[in-house]
Design a binder for this molecule. Structure first.
Ligand code: GLU
Length: 588
């Protein structure tokens, strides 16, 4: 998690450069933030709790003349959300400033030793030991060697960016978590993702794990732990700088919901060749697994239904964080399809490292070109959803479903059929979006509720899981997604008068059974919100989603995305940055 941004260059307003970078990275962590800027051979620090635009920033700080600054938006793992715990952290001499992403697993031992040596700590973070460790090293070594030695002592998957007041260099090192370096005519940038550098340059270097980089007059890359010089290879990325503005929309989430028809149409039209190629890979594999976390995992569940029904093929699905414990039976013929918006999700990266050791094939279905999962995969297919800024995923989810449906149809050489279903779905989503105001009475009911149940069968079971997740993430209402058949095995005990229940009842083989489940809920006083092409008498409220054949799960999630959004806004929450969450989950 967390966003790191560093600047070193000719512009004498380095702190503003970093502030602008952090604004783009804030989706990665936003409980607190801070910047260290070097001026007159010392660091001046600005730190705040909360989001960047909520802070009363010290304008003098941003007027300081400086050509070197590093900054951080935090997602706390160790130590509460306080100003003291916000990064950058300093050593005792206040000449080493450092920002960090990850968890130093052995920080307690190191801290004890440092305290014995007289180091004084001001925060409860694991991070703060690192500048002190570098300070120790600098008693006998130069800056770069001290950073390398200190970093080599850290356990866990970490990324650091560090500056020293007596040097005009920024040094970065990583064993995990992304870092990208950008080189323009006048400056070098280092950041947690490319989107924050793209406004300045498309000339990028994605730093590999177990390397360190020295950014000064030029860029040097060294291997870790040894410190051997490596080739410095920048690549010019072809991505258009995507707008990080909300445009006419009040939130990124709403903008991203509205982008879905365009993205789905694009997949329908332009992914035919790539999905045929992937279908071949899947046919040749002995055992295929989808892995993902959160929304991506639910897309994987939908994928298992697509493959079973359309391609007659069994695909396993596992939550990526659990896959680590299910790897024993993998062979070199196994195929793992990794689903991830960011391409950085640590829970996905970890098992993939083990898959690689076993010689299995990895296919990445990710949204971010150049990301860790993208780079470690044998085959890759980008989601093509464009940068997703809101923490709660919407367009990356429907893009994943659209691609999985295309692949399933490609397995039976009928990709045109999938493409035309997606075109119909895009039209239907446009209609749903146009009618979003009609959701108001349902928004009013749900806003007052403490619990919401969501049920579906077949592929709509995955819709139920994703719908409940959207509601939880941004409205903070307890929501539970269930397979319709599971209701009477437990959750029915929780239904009482007025309990709202969203029922996905598409025009497919699940229709009669799910209506029976809805009736069971209604008989216990539940309020039924039916999402269906037909207006059933037992629905207290009806949200129409026309028949989209096998693509129905793509269309029917959209009203729940809208409901969640509208409830969050009504409750006064920021739907883009829900509490306790972050977009790119790079810690375990
Ligand atoms: N473990 C560090 C902390 O809690 C870094 C967290 C982050 O990656 O934002 O401060």
């Amino acid at each position: 998690m967390c966003g790191i941004f560093g600047y070193i260059g000719k512009n004498s307003n380095a702190s503003k450069e970093v502030l602008n970078g952090l604004r783009i990275l804030e989706y990665r962590g936003y409980d607190s933030w801070g910047i260290a800027t070097k001026t007159n051979k010392k660091f001046v620090i600005e730190k705040h709790v909360g989001k960047i635009d909520e802070a009363k920033t010290n304008s003098q700080f941003f007027d300081l003349l400086s050509t070197l600054s590093i900054g951080h938006t935090r997602w706390a793992t160790h130590g509460g959300v306080t100003r003291e715990n916000a990064h950058p952290h300093l050593d005792c001499s206040r000449t080493i400033a450092l920002v960090h992403n990850g968890i130093v697993e052995n920080y307690e031992e190191i801290k004890k030793q440092l305290v014995k040596r007289g180091h004084i700590f001001h925060s409860a973070t694991d991070t703060e030991i690192i500048p002190h460790l570098i300070e120790e090293g600098m008693k006998t070594n130069g800056f770069a060697t001290a950073v390398r030695d200190a970093f080599n002592q850290l356990e866990g998957m970490n990324a650091i960016v560090v500056a020293y007041a007596g040097s005009s260099e920024i040094i970065a090192a990583k064993t995990g978590s992304p870092l990208v370096i950008g080189k323009s005519k006048d400056a070098l940038y280092i950041a947690s993702d490319a989107s924050s550098i793209l406004p300045h340059t498309k000339n990028l270097l994605f730093l590999k794990d177990n390397t360190m980089a020295i950014l000064g007059g030029k860029v040097e890359i060294l291997s870790l732990p040894e410190g051997k010089k490596e080739k410095v290879k920048f690549e010019t990325v072809s991505w258009e700088e995507e707008t990080s503005t909300k445009g006419a929309f009040s939130h990124f989430m709403l903008k991203e919901i509205y982008e879905q028809p365009r993205i789905i149409r694009n997949i329908a039209k332009t992914y035919k060749d790539s999905v045929l190629d992937l279908a071949k890979t899947i046919k040749n594999a002995k055992g295929t697994f989808f892995i993902g976390a959160g929304t991506a995992a639910y897309a994987g569940i939908a994928g298992t239904y697509f493959f079973s029904k359309t391609a007659g093929k069994h695909v396993n699905m596992s939550f990526a964080s659990e896959f680590t414990y299910l790897l024993d039976f993998l062979t070199s013929k196994s195929l793992i399809i990794a689903l991830s918006q960011s391409g950085e999700t640590i829970d996905v990266v970890e098992p993939l490292t083990q898959v690689k050791r076993k010689g299995g094939t990895i296919v990445a279905l990710v949204n971010t070109q150049g990301s860790t999962i993208y780079r470690m995969s044998d085959k890759k297919l980008l989601l093509g959803a464009g940068i997703e800024q809101a923490v709660a995923s919407t367009k990356a989810y429907t893009a994943k479903l659209s691609i999985l449906l295309m692949i399933a149809y490609a397995m039976k050489h009928d990709v045109e059929n999938a493409s035309s279903q997606l075109m119909t779905t895009a039209l239907e989503i446009e209609r749903i979006l146009k009618e979003s105001k009609k959701l108001k009475p349902i928004v009013d009911i749900l806003t007052r509720s403490e619990h919401i149940y969501v049920i579906g069968r077949g592929v709509s079971y995955s819709s139920a899981l994703e719908a409940a997740l959207k509601i939880k993430e941004i409205t903070y209402i307890h929501a539970e997604g269930l397979a319709g058949g599971e209701l009477k095995h437990g959750a029915l005990a929780l239904i009482s008068k007025g309990t709202p229940c969203i029922v996905f009842a598409p025009n497919d083989e699940t229709y009669q059974s799910i209506i029976s489940n809805a009736t069971e809920i209604k008989s216990r006083g539940g309020v039924i919100i039916g999402i269906s092409p037909k207006k059933e008498a037992i629905f207290d409220h009806w949200i129409e989603v026309k028949d989209c054949q096998d693509a129905v799960s793509i269309a029917q999630i959209v009203p729940v995305q809208l409901l969640s959004y509208q409830i969050a806004v009504k409750k006064g929450f920021d739907p883009d940055k829900p509490r306790n969450l972050a977009k790119s989950v790079t810690v375990k």
